[in-house]
Design a binder for this molecule. Structure first.
Ligand SMILES: *[C@@H]1O[C@H](CO)[C@@H](O)[C@H](O)[C@H]1NC(C)=O
Ligand SMILES: *[C@@H]1O[C@H](CO)[C@@H](O)[C@H](O)[C@H]1NC(C)=O
Ligand SMILES: *[C@@H]1O[C@H](CO)[C@@H](O)[C@H](O)[C@H]1NC(C)=O
Ligand SMILES: *[C@@H]1O[C@H](CO)[C@@H](O)[C@H](O)[C@H]1NC(C)=O
Ligand SMILES: *[C@@H]1O[C@H](CO)[C@@H](O)[C@H](O)[C@H]1NC(C)=O
Ligand SMILES: *[C@@H]1O[C@H](CO)[C@@H](O)[C@H](O)[C@H]1NC(C)=O
Ligand SMILES: [Ca+2]
Ligand SMILES: [Ca+2]
Ligand SMILES: [Ca+2]
Ligand SMILES: [Ca+2]
Length: 907
């Protein structure tokens, strides 16, 4: 038990023992001193020194006579076992006389115990019993009592008192007239408590006791849920019980309390305890903020009780939570013995949180001529206060090695046909656990047809030496010979795509890809690569020509307006880069922080990645799916206001007899996550009223590939439908910045051509569109390398086909996301000669980003900016297929079109 975690809890100063008068040096004086002449300075210093000495002496005296005697209020929460008492049902009701009788015996015993401990006895104020519980195993005794004790202790004795309270002890009360037996208590253990969490017996207004009935789920919620917010500055508690030999399963079905902030005293907090006493070493979880629906909020108890507390410290108005619980027979064993060539297993109650205080063992055995390996697909055993590199609390043990924390997929192999996996959870904090698969393999060829990482994982052969780390230990990128036509050889011999040279990101690991890009000493490097004397940085002049020398200065100054400076509504221009909606008022008229209801998700807690590239519900609430009549999902778009969306112009060009330019042919689905659930509760379906293609759009070069779509009827903002922020004309998305692409575009490379050229040149003839209705995507003639618009019109069938993704080359059912990185424009122009215009931007996969996937034409590039707000960097325009990691995708730049959008829509 980690008592040390608990010792730091709040202690409250007694009112009559304040620390006033211990200020040694009046702070204001120092400033005045700096401004005076040297002689006065010396005199003042001497005076100050004298004052300091006097203050120190006084301080010491004050400390001795006053502070040493300061009494602090300390409250301890604890529980104890009554070893020779039978449990009566009436003990569950704190109003019953039986409860009162037993409680007074416990209080008497506690008082007796404290009187024998010098650090406690004289300072004990009161104790109270909050609950009793039937013990499950007779060897443990029969009744558990939960109590709290309050002390008023001199400050200097606090640590000693905490040590004394944490010790296990036995107390015996002699037999009474009516009772024949001794009254024996053992294991009196208590922990310092936050006095605010103590529910005094006088205040039962928000205290609830619930007992499970059979397997029936029982619901409870915060007061007023969901119609009114829970009251401010409240304390509530729910005592949940089940029958003996049962355990409880608790699920928060809806959860929205004030957002989490720094320390727990600043926000509202819901805590679940595997106990009836709010003691920190039995806390299963602490919750605040809002959670997306995919986040699993199911918790299991180890015994037949749970305690849920709500401590509201703020005045914020939030609906609170709705929860339900039921009982189920206590786990008799955990783990199993597994046989066969392959199979899967999970931690108990996965994907819910595994119970505390369990040891599970899986004994795995495969046919005797084979070896066995275990692949942990998802692994979450994360707990607070676990030192890095240790697994002192919960862990999984395989082959004698312990694993804990949050880990991406990993493999543990055995040199024989047997392997043992053990899960251990301690008494506090549980997580969702793991999903694992075991497989037998041939020790002479562990990865048939594939490359084996040193970690044991098998990856596609093509991924070896391609510049991306596919093995977590980089073993696929070791001992490679780089292909100089598209790769850079790092000093450490890694091969990296050329377009990552000089992009301000250390891709090699030894920084050699960024080495010869830097400016000489005492120079500043502009975002456009120019080198300038350091003195020109933050001098209020745009010396770089792109404003980057003035972008990150402490003081924001008003400068001459250029195309790279932000212009406030009052016409003044700022030196600061990207000042819009960053949470700081930079314009004197505040116009940079106006119209900022955009770019924020509704859920304050980030969902756990449940399957690599699948987006979470509500993660990209501005993403829109556009369906063309009879063709299903065809293009993406982004929401910028209740009525307007941004998309790509090439989606709305008539082709092969279909009038894609006709707004009536389209339906927009907003708040959509799963293409099969277009009638789902969070989804808003709208027709289009107007399509505004950019007048300069060129369907040959794809220059100006942007369109605005007006909805027939405005949408309502909700947890799944919200607008993205539009960047100002001056907004910069620097080379190397990681941004997100989303869409239902193709998830795997199909049999489509892979060239990225929009020009039908002899070297890369333009594809002949063939069977869009069938494949949904512009196919190329065999052998002809050619062009296709990004993810154009994959044509999802109107009826669901299968769960998860469609076969290679077709569209995804669940919204996909991929992290990509902005590529240097000069490099981009070299990679795609004569195809890149100033309206276009190249973005490529991240180093190590495995199989990030393309979005749909018209979909947004989402860039997380200062203050966590998300701005749209671009529109998916054209480029390469999925898994083509060494070729960038091309996107329409958004800042270029800010004024055009304003002109057309008023947004
Ligand atoms: C205890 O009695 C009070 C009023 O006397 C009542 O409001 C409360 O519900 C009772 N509690 C239980 C657990 O029966
Ligand atoms: C959470 O886990 C529980 C227990 O395994 C499961 O019944 C429930 O469906 C899961 N909920 C979500 C949202 O995944
Ligand atoms: C689990 O195993 C550890 C030793 O590995 C032991 O200390 C602990 O008591 C066990 N817990 C349970 C619930 O059996
Ligand atoms: C390098 O890559 C290019 C294009 O992928 C290929 O044509 C060429 O043969 C490769 N060169 C070597 C030496 O592997
Ligand atoms: C950088 O330039 C120096 C001198 O021109 C050269 O010796 C060195 O190899 C270069 N480094 C890289 C990583 O290209
Ligand atoms: C882009 O790369 C070129 C050389 O490839 C370099 O001169 C320039 O500074 C780079 N630009 C940025 C913004 O890093
Ligand atoms: Ca734990
Ligand atoms: Ca690789
Ligand atoms: Ca780099
Ligand atoms: Ca600002």
């Amino acid at each position: 038990m980690e008592v040390s975690d608990v010792l730091s809890t709040v202690s409250v100063q007694n009112v009559n023992g304040g620390e006033e008068g211990v200020e040694f040096l009046p702070v204001n004086n120092t400033k005045k001193v700096e401004k005076r002449g040297p002689r006065r300075w010396v005199v003042l210093l001497a005076l100050l020194l004298g004052f300091l000495v006097i203050s120190l002496t006084t301080g010491l005296l004050v400390w001795h006579f006053h502070y040493r005697n300061v009494q602090v209020q300390k409250v301890f929460n604890g529980y104890l076992r009554i070893t020779n008492e039978n449990f009566l049902d009436a003990y569950e009701n704190s109003n019953s006389t039986e409860f009162a009788n037993l409680a007074s015996k416990v209080k008497e015993a506690l008082a007796l115990l404290y009187s024998r401990i010098p650090a406690l006895g004289p300072y004990h104020r009161q104790s109270a019993v909050t609950a009793f519980r039937r013990l499950l195993s007779p060897s443990e005794g029969s009744v558990i009592a939960y109590y709290w004790s309050e002390f008023s202790i001199p400050q200097y004795l606090v640590e000693e008192a905490e040590r004394a309270m944490a010790q296990e002890r036995v107390i015996t009360l002699p037999p009474r007239a009516r009772a024949l037996n001794n009254f024996e208590l053992t294991s009196v253990v208590a922990f310092p408590a936050d006095p605010r969490t103590i529910q005094t017996t006088q205040d039962n207004s928000c205290s609830f006791a619930l007992h499970a009935r059979g397997r029936e789920p029982i619901r409870f919620s915060t007061p007023g849920f969901p119609d009114s917010p829970y009251p401010a500055h409240t304390r509530c508690q729910w005592t949940l019980r089940g029958d003996a030999d049962h355990m409880l399963s608790l699920t928060f079905r809806s959860f929205d309390v004030a957002a989490c902030k720094g320390s727990s005293s600043d926000h509202d907090l819901v805590t679940v305890y595997d106990s009836l006493s709010p003691v920190e070493p039995r806390a299963l979880v602490e919750l605040c903020g809002t959670y997306p629906p995919s986040y699993n909020l199911t918790f299991l108890s180890s015994q037949n009780v749970l305690l849920v507390t709500l401590v509201a410290n703020t005045e914020q108005r939030h609906p609170g939570f709705e929860a339900m619980f039921f009982q189920l027979p206590r786990m008799s064993s955990c783990g199993e013995s597994l046989q066969g060539k392959r199979g899967t297993f999970t931690s108990p109650f996965y994907p819910g949180h595994y119970p505390p205080n369990v040891n599970c063992t899986w004994e795995i055995q495969v046919p005797s001529n084979r070896n066995v390996k275990v692949i942990f697909k998802l692994f979450y055993l994360l707990e607070p206060n676990v030192p890095v590199g240790t697994c002192t609390k919960d862990y999984v043990e395989v082959n004698g090695e312990k694993y804990c924390g949050e880990r991406s997929q990993f493999v543990v192999a055995s040199q024989s046909n047997k392997i043992t996996v053990r899960l251990h959870s301690d008494q506090s904090h549980t997580d969702t656990g793991f999903l694992a698969q075991y497989e037998s393999y041939d020790s002479s060829d562990p990865c048939p047809g594939k490359f084996m990482c040193k970690t044991g994982r098998c990856i596609q052969k093509e991924l070896r030496c391609d510049g991306w780390a596919d093995c977590t230990d980089y073993s696929d990128e070791l001992k490679c010979k780089c292909n100089s036509t598209y790769q850079f050889t790092c000093k450490n011999k890694f091969c990296k795509p050329l377009f990552w040279v000089c992009d301000n990101v250390n891709d090699c690991g030894d920084n050699s890809d960024e080495e010869n890009c830097s400016c000489p000493a005492q120079n500043f490097k502009c975002a456009n690569g120019k080198c300038l004397p350091q003195s020109q940085q933050c001098d209020g002049n745009d010396n770089c020509g792109d404003g980057s020398d003035e972008a990150k200065c402490d003081t924001v100054s008003v400068v001459t307006c250029t195309k790279n400076t932000y212009r406030c509504h009052n016409g003044l221009c700022l030196s600061k880069g990207n000042p819009e909606c960053d949470g700081k008022k930079d314009c004197s008229d505040g116009s940079d922080e106006k119209d900022c209801d955009c770019g924020l998700r509704s859920f304050t807690r980030q969902a756990r990645v449940v399957g690599g590239k699948d987006a979470e519900e509500g993660e990209w609430p501005w993403q829109v799916s556009l369906h063309a009549q009879g063709q299903g999902h065809v293009c993406g778009a982004s929401l910028i206001s209740p009525k307007w969306m941004v998309s790509a112009a090439h989606c709305y060009v008539d082709e092969r007899g279909f009038s894609y330019s006709d707004p009536k042919k389209w339906t927009a689905f907003l708040g959509l996550h799963d293409q099969r659930e277009r009638k789902g509760p969070g989804v808003q379906e709208r027709g289009l009223k107007r399509i505004i293609r950019h007048a300069s759009f060129n369907d040959f070069t794809f220059d100006y590939d942007i369109a605005l779509l007006e909805l027939e009827k405005p949408v309502e903002y909700s947890s799944t439908v919200r607008p993205i922020c539009l960047p100002d004309t001056s907004h910069s998305f620097p080379t190397g910045k990681a941004i997100w692409v989303t869409g239902w575009g193709h998830t795997e490379e199909g049999d489509f051509c892979q060239s990225a050229s929009p020009h039908p040149s002899p070297a890369s003839p333009r594809c002949v569109p063939t069977d869009r209705e069938v494949s949904g995507r512009t196919k190329c003639q065999p052998q002809a390398s050619g062009f296709f618009p990004r993810g154009a019109r994959p044509g999802l069938p109107e009826e669901p086909v299968q769960h998860g993704r469609f076969p290679a080359g077709s569209a995804a059912v669940i919204l996909q996301k991929g992290e990509i990185r902005v590529i240097n424009q000069t490099t981009c122009e070299k990679l795609l000669p004569q195809q890149i215009t100033p309206r276009m931007m190249c973005v490529g996969y991240l180093s190590g980003g495995v199989d990030a996937c393309q979005g749909d034409s018209g979909g947004p590039l989402s860039s997380v900016e200062a203050d966590g707000r998300i701005f749209q960097a671009g529109v998916v325009s054209w480029g390469d297929g999925c898994a083509q990691r060494d070729k960038p995708g091309v996107y329409t730049r958004l800042p270029v079109f800010r004024d055009w959008i304003k002109e057309q829509t008023g947004v």
